[in-house]
Write a protein that binds this ligand. Structure first.
Ligand code: ATP
Ligand code: MG
Length: 469
């Protein structure tokens, strides 16, 4: 039978009720005649205080096993706390059962105050800390909010493939998927062999395959059939960037909307971000107060500021003008045509505008083949949403819907249209203007929590050199 959860008891538990709770001991304090156990069951940040009187059956033997990290089940009576206490109710135990001990000599979370790096090394236990418990609950609320946002607007959730034979971003940062025996191949290849080493027709799919870097291209095929769609799934990028904003495996949400142009796309992206922020502030108030208190003292103010202002829209050209005339020294010098670096993005959103901005109309040379070309011949209808503390959180565009332009852009990007024949078909049969974007879930969690490293906002981070657990 499902047990009542601590979150619910603290909020609405009725004094006088007898019930059973279970969870993990956070701390225990002993007095001669009774003990206090702070019980956490993960349903909220707060612990339920349990009073275990020395008269509880088996007290003497059992209580000493109820150390930090041990799992316990307790039956007792809920009683009102004295006025002025931290909480409304506490549980007075009638029985105490230790389900699983946690040896105080070896339990890694016996003490508080571990470094982020140490906690990454015990990713299987860190969800039992306040920060990672809160992170998990916020991630969950964000995920639910995202589905609700799109479902309420009639978007269809589409499951795009994880294994793919096309490289959406054309950036070549993909993990290969193969059933070929690499060790045997390595042994059978003469050292000086210049001929092709691998016969991919012998591979599982009969050709080279990878893990997806984006579900967008497949998403477009459904958006031009069933109307607005979204994807929400794992995404893989083998970029060897050891930054605090990149993971090798992350979760991306990609809506794609037929009959949307760039402005509509920006409008939706802004509404989307604001809705997530609003939902999390409302539904995870306790966890958010914790992040504000313990991780970043400006986070609630930053989020309120996001809700209170329209996202400023700035063309790439204007952004470059600002960056070149602001007098700020950057590590990477700025001129029209460069890829904006994190330092530039953050200067714009944090210092100059001090609010989220949407930069649009990027040079076509910087962006993938599928973005719609502007009439100026120089720019494409791309848009990046930049937010304080993070930089780029969303990348999107209106898509090229004209067959000839798409084909010539593919040529420009050294792509073979035959490899994308099905994608090109969408421009042959009933092509429509359409647009979409991708939000990185972990970047959104960074924005919400004020956490500094993307490796600490996903349960099991994958990054260069690291895939333990
Ligand atoms: P960046 O320039 O920061 O590497 P990008 O331009 O490669 O980002 P897009 O291809 O536009 O990113 O992907 C859409 C969104 O996915 C980004 O705005 C970001 O939120 C997220 N994202 C991209 N790469 C990563 C990554 N390696 N780890 C986590 N999130 C990512
Ligand atoms: Mg990237």
């Amino acid at each position: 039978m499902a047990l009542p959860r601590v979150a619910q008891l603290l909020l609405e538990g009725q004094p006088g009720t007898t019930l059973t709770v279970a969870g993990w001991v956070r701390t225990r304090r002993d007095n001669p005649a009774f003990s206090f156990i702070e019980l956490n069951d993960g349903s909220c940040l707060s612990n339920l205080q349990i009073v275990v009187d020395a008269s509880v059956p088996g007290y003497a033997e059992t209580i000493k096993l109820a150390t930090t990290g041990a799992s316990v089940r307790i039956e007792g009576e809920l009683k009102a706390c004295p006025a002025g206490a931290k909480q409304r109710v506490e549980l007075h135990a009638k029985s105490l059962e230790v389900l699983g001990v946690a040896d105080a000599k070896t339990y890694p979370l016996q003490k508080k105050g571990h470094s982020w790096e140490f906690l990454r090394g015990i990713a299987h236990l860190r969800p039992r800390t306040n920060t990672f418990g809160a992170m998990a609950r916020v991630r969950n609320t964000v995920s639910y909010s995202i589905h609700r946002f799109f479902q309420e607007r009639g978007f269809v959730y589409v499951h795009t493939p994880i294994i793919t034979t096309s490289d959406c971003e054309g950036a070549g940062e993909m993990f290969q998927v193969t059933t070929l025996d690499l060790e045997r191949l390595a042994k059978s290849t003469p050292a000086s062999n210049a001929a092709p080493l691998v016969d991919y027709t012998q591979d599982f799919f009969g050709k080279k395959a990878h893990l997806t870097v984006s579900g967008q291209l497949e998403g477009e095929t459904y958006a031009t059939a069933v109307g607005p769609i979204y994807t929400f799934g794992p995404t893989f990028r083998a970029e060897n960037s050891n930054t605090t904003r990149h993971l090798a495996e992350f979760w991306m949400i990609e809506p794609e909307m037929p009959f949307y142009e760039l402005d509509d796309n920006m409008q939706l992206a802004e509404e989307f971000i604001k809705t997530i922020v609003r939902d999390v502030l409302r539904e995870r108030a306790e966890d958010m107060a914790f992040f504000n208190d313990r991780i970043d003292k400006t986070i609630l103010a930053t989020l309120q500021n996001i809700l209170d202002h329209d996202f400023k829209r700035v063309s790439y050209t204007e952004a470059v003008d600002i960056l070149t005339t602001c007098g700020q020294k950057f590590e990477y010098p700025v001129e029209w045509g460069i890829n904006l670096q994190a330092e530039h993005e953050r200067y714009l959103t944090e210092k100059h505008f001090q609010q989220p901005i949407i930069v649009y109309n990027y040079p076509r040379t910087l962006k993938p083949f599928y973005m719609k070309c502007n009439d100026d011949g120089k720019t494409v209808r791309a848009m990046d949403v930049l937010v304080p503390g993070v930089g780029e959180i969303i990348g999107g565009s209106q898509r090229e819907d004209e067959l000839d332009t798409l084909l010539s852009r593919m040529q420009e990007c050294h792509l073979n249209p035959d490899d994308y024949w099905w994608y090109v078909d969408l421009r042959r049969y009933g092509s429509v203007p359409h647009a979409g974007f991708g939000l990185g879930l972990e970047r959104m969690i960074l924005l919400l929590t004020g956490m500094q490293n993307i490796r600490d906002v996903i349960p099991y981070p994958r990054f260069p050199g690291s895939a333990e657990f």
